[in-house]
Design a protein around this ligand. Structure first.
Ligand SMILES: [Zn+2]
Length: 284
């Protein structure tokens, strides 16, 4: 089993066991485990919807056109009740990451950066010397409010306090809150480290960067398919990250559900298909 899978499943296993062990008496171990699982799944799903589907493919690459009220709702919910990720600075870093992938100017990781350095960069990325996130949505009141660093701190203190108030046990609340965020760091490492090192995954395109495709079930589920980095870096504006119907694409499945609900449509840019991409149709 690959190291990223070993670490991912281990984090989930330890988290599940701890949730049962430290669960307060009024819950007991099984309910303690169930509530812990629900908290992690809710946090993961909200973060995937927000970051991978909406901010990444909707705003950073403009491959998908979401209803503005839906973008605002998802941004508010994730950054208030879930794991805070500043939308404006993330889009800026992400565009620079594509422009300079794995070289000087990439805020996420340089080709020479190892595991521990990249882990540190997940929390404290390289400084950006350019601003390429001038989209009008970042000037709207809600985005300005949420992008303020004070909001980052207040929201995380607030949602921890809310969790503590709901479960009424400090140790259990810390286990859920911190455990879910440790899993989120692993998700971030799949995208920033393991899929940007040629020792792991596979390549469909021999491009100049180090981007790789990792197609295993857990990384695809956890990242909403953002681990198909070689496909994505080769053709960043395409609305899906799988380039062949044989590639499992959970993120695209969620986008298709949102399309059926009338929340999103494809942009012209998102449906431009390069001749080297083996897809016969988008199936969108
Ligand atoms: Zn991207």
């Amino acid at each position: 089993m690959r190291i990223y899978n070993v670490l991912g499943y281990s984090i989930l296993l330890v988290y599940g066991v701890l949730c049962a062990l430290v669960a307060p008496a009024h819950f007991g171990p099984w309910l303690g485990f169930g509530i812990g699982a629900a908290y992690l799944i809710a946090g993961w799903f909200m973060a995937g919807l927000y970051l991978s589907d909406v901010i990444h493919m909707g705003i950073a690459h403009r491959a998908l056109d979401y209803k503005p009220w839906f973008i605002h709702l998802v941004t508010f919910l994730n950054n208030t009740f879930g794991i805070y990720v500043n939308p404006e600075t993330w889009v800026n870093r992400h565009r620079l990451h594509h422009r300079y992938a794995d070289t000087d100017g990439d805020p996420n990781k340089l080709a020479s950066d190892g595991f521990w350095k990249t882990l540190k960069l997940c929390l404290f990325p390289y400084a950006c010397n350019e601003n390429v996130a001038n989209d009008s949505i970042f000037k709207t009141p809600l985005f300005r409010f949420i992008s303020n660093p004070v909001y980052a701190v207040v929201s995380q203190v607030f949602n921890f306090a809310l969790l503590y108030w709901l479960v009424k046990d400090l140790g259990y609340a810390v286990t859920l809150w911190l455990g879910t965020r440790i899993f989120a760091i692993w998700v971030n490492m799949v995208q920033n480290y393991w899929t940007h090192d040629k020792r792991w995954g596979y390549r469909r395109y021999e491009d100049a960067d180090n981007a790789m495709n990792i197609g295993d079930w857990l990384p695809v589920m956890a990242t909403f398919s953002a681990c198909l980095q070689n496909n994505h870096h080769h053709f960043p504006s395409l609305l899906r990250l799988s380039h062949d119907d044989s590639e499992f694409d959970f993120g695209f499945m969620t986008v298709k559900v949102m399309r059926r609900l009338g929340l999103v449509t494809a942009t012209r840019k998102g449906t431009e298909l390069g001749p080297e991409i083996p897809l016969k149709s988008f199936n969108f």
